[in-house]
Design a protein around this ligand. Sequence first.
Ligand code: CA
Length: 382
Amino acid sequence: MPWLHVSPDSDFSLQNLPFGIFHTGDHRPRAGIAIGGHIIDLEVAAETGLFGKRRFFKKIFAQATLNEFIALGKPVTNRIRRKVREWLERSATPENALQILADRKTATMLMPIRVPNYTDFYSSIEHATNVGKMFRPDNPLLPNWRWMPVGYHGRASSIVVSGTPIRRPSGQILVPGGEADTPIFAPTRQLDFELEMAFVIGKESTLGEPITVENAEEHIFGLVLFNDWSARDIQRWEYVPLGPFLGKNFGSSISPWIVPLEALKPFRVKSPKQKPAPLEYLKTKGLKNLDIELAVTLTSPKNNAATLLCQSNTKYLYWSMAQQLAHHTVNGCNVQVGDLMASGTISGPTPDSYGSMLELSWGGRNPITLNDGTTRTFLQDG
Ligand code: CA
């Protein structure tokens, strides 16, 4: 790509070419692929005939979500990426590049998919053990945890694209020094993030028919970053016996770009050793996990500077995406295109790899010092 400068440390290289939905101030949402500081406008690219079937692809890409495109299946979605890569490497001229490329700096990124259903897993053994220690000191890891990818059905309506403001939720909380088992109604005092990744379903399944662990990845289109905002004080009071509810469903943020699963092939690694060996329907072979470095920074409004809070990695996850999806559907539950399945907080083995404030400040007991000198146990406004 001699005519297009892509910095070698750019998040968006020829290798990943992720999909998203954007507009450029005209409020006309359309599909794009990120490359360096640019967006390939897929609607315009379709119009120039880059993908064949001009009218068909122009209509597919001139939409507010990627669902219809994703539903065309991997042969089509992968062909579009291949065509774009070939165009970038060989065919593009500066003239038609000007027509097809938008500047990422002037683009507004939108929610890339309509999410029919959202499920949140709990697949990091380090996170489950840490939270268990704080909520149930005698019994941190419940007996079912090593037998199945534990999860719950979350709320799809409040999933938003990164950058969308999240309002601090109010709810029932128990306050220290208050009357035993008598809550007050107040804004959460323990607002938290959860460092997660989520996969996007690209192929629906039929009610009553499980997806096998071998076929599971055929149903996965790609991955996004996922922040599962949480209100710990609301969560602590409400979560027994039916699990998370208002402490979780007030908002989750996803990254605007979806990285297709195929682009992550170079980062394939083995999952951690599973003991006891899983039941037959969850047994997998080969490289089912991903080695993706993750980090969380917190920006203080005082000096507008970011402090690194943690560094983690998807390779720590005990249960793989294939196992999550096989377990989710083993009873016949069906999935739909655009469904999001989040990993659960991805914590690593060391305290600097914990993926939530709950763990980093150990339940609020150990304040974290930011680089402006102030401290946090949970998140403040702004
Ligand atoms: Ca979560």
